[in-house]
Structures are given as C-alpha cells and as structure tokens.
Ligand binder design. Structure first.
Ligand SMILES: Nc1ncnc2c1ncn2[C@@H]1O[C@H](COP(=O)(O)OP(=O)(O)OP(=O)(O)O)[C@@H](O)[C@H]1O
Ligand SMILES: [Mg+2]
Length: 330
C-alpha cells in the first residue's frame, strides 16, 4: 500500500476541480496534523464544500491526490474512509428513525463489531449530549439536536480525521456555544477541518486557518497571525449631507496617512456615504471630524464598522502580509 512521506493525517495535494467548464478549485494544497483544528474560511461560493466533499471521498477531484493517514483516498477508498468522519453541509439524516437506532445502524455500516456497537453508540451519545433523546424520532428533533446527531454519526468508528462542513450554521447562540465546546473536546487527538464563513468562529475554535477565495488558497497561518493582521485595521464609515461637499471631503481625507480604499456613493436620500479602510493604530474619528467641520463640511455621521470577510480578503490580496500563498504546500 502506498503511503505519503509526511506524518500528517490529512494531505491535500494539488487538488483542482472543474464542474463542466467552471473551475471550482485550483491547485489547492494543505496538510493537517494530529491535534490541529483548522478553520477553512471563505465567503459563499469560495469552494469550501467542494474541497471538503473531495476530502470526504464523496467525489474525486479533476486532478491531484488526497491522503488520509498516508493512504491515497481514491486508490484505497475503503481503508482510508475508515479513518474519516464527515458532517456534510446539509445533514441528510433518516427522519423516521430514532436517534439510538440510527446511530447503531451507522455503527453497523461502518463495520464496528456487533458486540461493541451498543457501548460504542452509548459513548458517542453521551459525548454529544444525546442520551436523553435516544428514543426520539430524528425528524422531530430541533436543528441543534439534529446537528449533534450529525456529529455523533461522524464520530462513530473513532475517526482520526474529522471533516465538518459549517457545523454551526443555522443554530441559535446557545446551540452554537454547545457545538463549539463539543468540537473543541473531540478535536484533541484528531485532525479536524471545519468550514465556516464566520471569522470569530475561527478565533474561538481553531489553531490554524486556511483562507480560500475563488477556489484558491489565499492565505494560511495561525490564529495568532490572523489576529495580529486584523488588529490594526478597521473600516470607517461616514455620511455627509451635501453633495457639493463631496470633492473637498475626499481631498481632505486623502491627506491622511494610512487611509486606503476610499469610496464615495450617493444614497437614495441624496446624502453622500463615504467609507475607507485605515491601518492607523490610533482612532482617527476625532481628527477627521474636527478637520471636516473646520472646513464647513456637513458631517452627519462617523462610525467604525467591523471588517467583513471580503475586506479581509482584499486586504490580504493587496498586502501579502499574512503568509500569502499562490499554490504549493501550506
Ligand atoms: N455540482 C455542481 N455543479 C456546478 N457547479 C457547482 C456544483 N457545486 C458547486 N458548484 C459551484 O462551485 C463553486 C463553489 O461551491 P461550494 O459549494 O464549494 O462553495 P462554498 O465555499 O461551500 O460556499 P458556501 O459558503 O455558500 O457553502 C460555486 O460557484 C458553486 O456554484
Ligand atoms: Mg458550502
């Protein structure tokens, strides 16, 4: 049996995927080791689900190879998949089965020896907080509990690799906290990759982050590196009342150092909305409002807004600060 040379549990090697003529993934490579919880962060349509489906052996890539614990997933699918647990984006569970019954069915499918099945399922139900709903029909569970059943089924057969596609989407804040705690607890001796488009989720849960954009890995680094990159950046948004003041306001703003991406648009109420990004480590709002007012500009609003994922991706693209990649191994 062929094994890869590295000791990583997941190795994604130069993966490309085309849907017809559409290039959904382009030369994506990364490795994940034991004990790592890696956040796969990207906006809608970036290619996260496509990559995770390939990683779960759901369909093959157009080119490239995937290794799970050193085993080539598409050469030895049966053996490699035994080491793998997968929570799909939309969990397609059997609504007419009871929770315990369903998990025992999955245990059987995954080849857990019959005398171990009961205890095994019990352990997973305890771990995922499902014991009290063992006899409930899956179709009647709340979304949060269905998600727990999805995670429990991914954990049957004790996989060393866990692939979770947007595990907290659609949950309420309390359920999100519980599912995050669960993922943290099960991540210790495994390699976990979870996709999300929620930035704080990565900071809370992961030790490393891979950023994907338009089918390419744009950046990769530790959560500490990502936070350091974000620390000094913010977007300031302001409104001025008079269209006639726009040009002079923009000219004054351009004189500030550290202002980037200056944009102005007219709103439906004929006011002018101006936004820009700043890399300055001081709060510029006071200085800016003072200068504009001194120049008789009708400033009616100025506020800081959190960076969106798109802002971050564009910032990363421009700066290449946060270990920017254009292929190769991450
Ligand atoms: N079966 C398919 N056939 C054709 N195009 C597809 C198919 N599946 C996905 N795509 C396209 O590939 C791109 C990546 O989709 P993918 O579902 O992997 O993105 P994603 O990062 O998971 O997005 P989201 O955050 O919305 O879940 C999108 O443009 C999508 O429309
Ligand atoms: Mg998706």
């Amino acid at each position: 049996m062929s094994a890869s040379h590295s000791d990583s549990l997941i190795r994604f090697e130069s993966i490309s995927k085309k849907y017809g003529n559409f290039q959904a993934l382009q030369n994506v490579s990364f490795e994940i080791r034991e004990g790592e919880i890696v956040g796969f962060l990207g906006p809608n349509g970036a290619g996260k689900t496509t990559a995770l489906r390939i990683l779960a052996g759901f369909f093959p890539p157009s080119s490239g190879r995937v290794f799970i614990r050193g085993l080539d997933l598409f050469k030895y699918p049966h053996e490699a998949k035994r080491a793998l647990g997968y929570l799909p984006e939309s969990v397609n569970l059997y609504p007419d089965m009871k929770v315990g019954e369903y998990l025992r069915f999955v245990a059987k499918l995954k080849g857990v020896p019959s005398r171990e099945q009961k205890l095994h399922v019990q352990n997973k139900m305890e771990l995922c907080g499902l014991t009290e709903v063992e006899r409930r029909l899956i179709g009647r569970l709340s979304k949060g509990y269905r998600q727990r059943v999805g995670i429990a089924q991914a954990l049957i057969s004790e996989p060393s690799v866990l692939v979770l596609d947007e595990p907290t989407t659609g949950l309420d804040p309390q359920q999100i906290t519980q599912i995050r705690e669960l993922i943290r607890a099960i991540g210790h001796h495994r390699a976990v990759i979870l996709s999300t488009h929620i930035l704080p989720e990565v900071s809370m849960l992961c030790n490393r982050v891979l950023m994907i954009h338009q089918g390419k890995i744009l950046a990769s680094g530790t959560v500490g590196e990502l936070e350091a990159f974000l620390k000094d950046r913010e977007v300031i948004h302001m409104m001025i009342k008079e269209r006639a003041h726009m040009e002079i306001a923009l000219r004054l703003l351009r004189s500030f150092p550290g202002i980037e991406d200056l944009k102005a648009t007219e709103t439906s109420r004929k006011e002018i909305s101006i936004s820009f990004e700043t890399t300055c480590d001081e709060d510029l709002r006071l200085k800016i409002s003072k200068l504009l007012v001194e120049n008789d500009i009708s400033l009616i609003e100025i506020q800081r807004v959190p960076l969106t994922l798109e802002d971050i991706f564009l910032g990363l693209l421009k700066q290449g600060k946060f270990a920017q990649r254009s292929g190769g191994h991450v």
